[in-house]
Design a protein around this ligand. Structure first.
Ligand code: HEC
Ligand code: HEC
Length: 299
């Protein structure tokens, strides 16, 4: 990735695009890289994958990683590299932030003012601290521009976004200093509970079944994983001793998240972004585990 970043920077100089990338603080770009390439796993949807389901690094974030066929939305994750025509190179920082946290498209360009389709999980990204949101934008501006035209999606129903209880406000740097709050923050921006909470007729049961698992991910709904992907059903990650993670050791939970290995040693299946979570720091994995331990047990 370091090499990719360096090439990106070099190309930016040679070709003269993305002046903003050279202006951004290196620390912000680095923090943005860490977030986007680990807990946010933006590339799980936005980076194309090969036939074995591995992300294609040279085309990172250029769109087409996953395509969805859901009741409200059929379409493909967009090109979010700085390419001016097929990506978000013509968007201002503020426009990119509004897309990520509010699901709004700018008043110009492709699909102007059309709200972003449902699979773009903006209700969770609202939690990003102002500094982290700046960092994500700085990193997006620093990646190489890749020309890749994504066909416009079909919006079958108006976009309705559910609220996520822990994602209603931006967190602060102060929140992040407490390990449990930091874990809550990471789980929120990683939208772990969106997948790990069952859904009944389009309503996610955060009040009744928070973290209890049971949500199906089927090849008919999502395209882009390995051709042999069998689909998967999310698991109970509450602190319940039998149904959930109550009796797992910290090491077992960290291994499941960052290496995709189940407690019994089996290989866990996508859509969970294990390849991205592999880059999480140990301190952040510990924070995630510390917060998971506080999730009320559900059978
Ligand atoms: C679960 C899959 C998924 C994840 C994860 C995801 N996105 Fe998206 N994103 C989408 C889809 C699908 C669209 C296209 C929606 C549409 O066309 O209405 C989209 C659209 C966008 C757009 C609008 C681009 C355009 O030209 O319309 C931006 C910007 C964006 N995503 C940024 C991000 C960032 C940054 C992250 C990580 C924080 C991220 N996305 C994570 C699925 C995802
Ligand atoms: C896009 C949906 C999705 C997201 C996001 C997601 N998961 Fe998962 N997760 C799953 C699915 C589906 C499985 C089951 C995989 C299987 O059985 O092969 C799973 C499995 C797990 C397991 C193993 C549980 C067991 O009983 O084997 C743990 C632990 C876990 N997830 C925690 C997390 C955490 C923590 C996050 C956020 C950092 C997260 N997940 C994000 C869908 C997701």
């Amino acid at each position: 990735m370091g090499a990719l970043l360096r090439i990106g920077g070099w190309l930016a100089m040679v070709m003269g695009w993305a002046g903003a990338a050279t202006a951004a603080e290196p620390a912000a770009v680095e923090r943005g890289r860490y977030l986007v390439e680990t807990i946010l796993a933006c590339g799980n949807c936005h980076t194309p994958k090969d036939a074995d389901g591995r992300p294609v690094a040279s085309r990172a974030l250029s769109g087409g990683g996953l395509s969805f066929d859901l009741p409200p939305f059929a379409g493909t994750a967009s090109n979010i590299t700085p390419d001016v025509e097929t990506g978000i190179g013509a968007w201002t920082d503020d426009e990119i932030k509004r897309a990520i946290t509010l699901g709004e498209r700018p008043r110009h360009g492709r699909l102007a003012e059309q709200p972003l389709g449902l699979p773009m999980w903006v209700a969770f990204y609202k939690a990003l601290t102002p500094g982290d949101l700046d960092a994500v934008v700085a990193y997006l501006r620093s990646v190489p521009a890749v020309r890749n035209e994504i066909p416009p999606p079909v919006y079958r129903k108006p976009v309705v976004r559910e609220r996520y209880p822990d994602g209603e406000r931006a967190y602060t740097e102060r929140d992040l200093r407490d390990p449990v709050q930091r874990g809550r923050y990471l789980v929120t921006i990683g939208h772990c509970m969106e997948c790990h909470t069952p859904n009944d007729k389009g309503v996610t049961l955060y009040e009744q079944r928070f973290g209890a698992g049971g949500r199906p991910y089927l090849p008919a709904m999502v395209k882009g994983f390995a051709s042999a992907w069998p689909g998967a059903v999310s698991r109970n990650i509450t602190s319940h001793p039998d149904a959930g993670l109550g009796r797992w050791t910290d090491g077992e939970i960290k291994r499941a998240i960052s290496r995709g290995v189940g407690r019994d040693g089996r290989t866990l299946q996508p859509p969970m972004g294990f390849a991205w979570y592999a880059g999480l720091s140990d301190a952040d994995l510990d924070a995630i585990v510390a917060w998971l331990r506080t999730v009320p047990p559900l059978p």
